[in-house]
Ligand binder design. Structure first.
Ligand code: AMP
Length: 112
C-alpha cells in the first residue's frame, strides 16, 4: 500500500535496523524500544491487522511465528513476549500487521 509506513520499510524505502528478511516477511528493531530487546516482524504484503487474517493469507502468519522462534533462538532470548495490537483502543498505531517481540526485562500481567 503506497502510503503505509511498514510497506515502505519492508521495501527499503524508509531505513530500518534489519533483524531478518526473507521472501514474505521482514523483521526490524522498534524505533522506540519498550524492552532491552524489541523488534517487529511484519509480512511484506499489506495486511492491516490480525482482524484481516483469513484463509487467503493465514500461511504468512504461521511463517512469521516460525521466524520469531528461530530469531529468538539465534538471539539467545530465553523468555520473551509476542504482542499484536488490533485497533486503536488496544494500542495499534501502525495499520500494517506486526508482531512485537519483547525481551530482556520482567513483564507484568495483565498488560496495561
Ligand atoms: P503498534 O503501536 O502496536 O501499532 O506498534 C507500532 C510500533 O512501530 C511502535 O512500537 C513504534 O515504536 C514502531 N515504529 C513506528 N515507526 C517506526 C520506524 N520508522 N521504525 C521502527 N519502528 C517504528
Amino acid at each position: 500500500m503506497s502510503d503505509c509506513l511498514f510497506c515502505k520499510i519492508a521495501a527499503g524505502e524508509i531505513p530500518s535496523k534489519k533483524v531478518y528478511e526473507d521472501e514474505c516477511c521482514y523483521a526490524f528493531y522498534d524505533i522506540a524500544p519498550q524492552a532491552p530487546t524489541h523488534f517487529l516482524v511484519i509480512p511484506k504484503a499489506h495486511i492491516p491487522s490480525v482482524s484481516a487474517v483469513d484463509e487467503g493469507n493465514e500461511a504468512v502468519v504461521g511463517h512469521i511465528f516460525a521466524v520469531i522462534a528461530k530469531l529468538a533462538k539465534e538471539l539467545g532470548l530465553e523468555s520473551y513476549r509476542v504482542v499484536s495490537n488490533i485497533g486503536e483502543q488496544a494500542g495499534q498505531s501502525v495499520f500494517h500487521l506486526h508482531f512485537h517481540v519483547l525481551s530482556g526485562r520482567d513483564m507484568t500481567w495483565p498488560p496495561g
